[in-house]
Design a protein around this ligand. Structure first.
Ligand code: HEC
Ligand SMILES: [Cu+2]
Length: 336
């Protein structure tokens, strides 16, 4: 009898343990989360990140209020994703399947903030984008954005691609250009003007100038490499290199030759004008790249290759990041 009773006691105890594990503990956790959220007055927003074929981010459109604290709870049911919301300073490198990552944000300005996945989660990764619409506050602080340079200058991004006539026989070198100690014309020293010029056009101008008679063609190319790269800080360039690996290499290739795995069979490529390149641009092709101004390249980066599958990066990169990215693209042709 006594024995049986202690058995019952043991069983009751075990049942108690099971109940605590099954009910009380999760309830406590849940309650804790809710309490924590409520205590901070934080609005919880769940965002599930799935590979684009499975729907990408859901939701991919969010509406938030200026000054409203929000806790984003990010999760993934499939593979590792990342999240960047550049306008709100949010960067999450890893959203592991089965784990929840929390980030707190309080938008302080109204506007449209693009967000994107930062990991090559599938060949369609570059489609994985979303937008946060922030309203409220004073509409006076709404950022007034100037139209991009290519629009101000009336440059047609889709004009027939031109090819440079003269191209360097070896990779121009910035160091060799600097070592020449030559005086650059004003339009090459002023970044705003230089961005509107093509390296090939600048070559023709310098070559026909009698003042440069003593310089070889290679010297002039070296001088131009230096003119294009001298104002770019190594730190900014290193940042662009990271962004390139994250956002561009899958299509344009780590070596810039345009043969990245995600660049093959892009939707819309077949339907493209036969005059267009058959895939992502080859940044190592001198005839093509030296005939493009920085403004043109930035324009394409801002707008994306319509119908070609190249996404736009205007909403993800700051102005400075855009220009240093273009400078980084030049390093595929201009060596140290
Ligand atoms: C999904 C694939 C894809 C991704 C990702 C991608 N591109 Fe492209 N890109 C293309 C394709 C395709 C073209 C060619 C069509 C065109 O010229 O518009 C192109 C063209 C360009 C051009 C125009 C070149 C020219 O000579 O006209 C630039 C500049 C460029 N990409 C830069 C970038 C940068 C920088 C990134 C990363 C931030 C990037 N691209 C990411 C597919 C991609
Ligand atoms: Cu992704």
């Amino acid at each position: 009898m006594k024995r049986a009773r202690s058995r019952i006691k043991e069983e009751l105890f075990a049942l108690g343990v099971v109940l605590v594990v099954l009910v009380a503990f999760p309830a406590g956790l849940f309650g804790y989360q809710a309490w924590r959220a409520a205590s901070a007055g934080v609005k919880i927003v769940e965002i599930v990140a799935r590979a684009p074929e499975q729907g990408g981010f859901s939701p991919d459109r969010l509406s938030l209020q200026v000054g409203e604290p929000v806790r984003l709870r990010l999760s993934s049911p499939d593979v590792v994703h990342g999240l960047t919301i550049p306008g709100l300073g949010v960067n999450v490198d890893e959203i592991y399947p089965g784990k929840v990552v929390e980030v707190d944000v309080t938008p302080d300005k109204p506007g449209r903030y693009a967000f994107a996945c930062t990991r090559w989660c599938s060949v369609n990764h570059w489609r994985m984008r979303g937008v946060i619409e922030v309203t409220g506050g004073s509409s006076l602080v709404m950022a007034t954005t100037e139209p991009p340079l290519f629009q101000q200058l009336g440059i047609d991004l889709d004009a027939t691609p031109h090819e440079a006539q003269a191209t360097p026989s070896a990779k121009p070198s910035t160091d060799a250009g600097a070592a020449l100690n030559a005086k650059l014309p004003q339009d090459l020293t002023d970044p705003a003007t230089r961005r509107t010029l093509t390296p090939a056009g600048a070559f023709d101008d310098l070559r026909t100038d009698p003042a440069n008679a003593a310089l070889s063609d290679a010297d002039i190319w070296n001088l131009l490499a230096w003119a294009w790269m001298k104002d770019v800080s190594p730190t900014a360039l290193a940042r662009a290199e990271t962004l390139y690996a994250r956002d561009c290499a899958a299509c344009h290739g780590p070596d810039g030759k345009g043969k990245g795995p995600a660049g093959l069979n892009l939707p819309g490529m077949q339907k493209m004008d036969p005059a267009m390149p058959p895939g992502p641009a080859d940044f190592t092709d001198p005839a093509h790249m030296l005939a493009a101004s920085d403004v043109l390249l930035q324009g394409k980066l801002l707008r994306g290759g319509m119908g070609t599958g190249m996404p736009e990066f205007g909403s993800l990169y700051t102005d400075e990041e855009q220009w240093t990215m273009i400078a980084y693209l030049r390093t595929f042709l201009f060596a140290k």
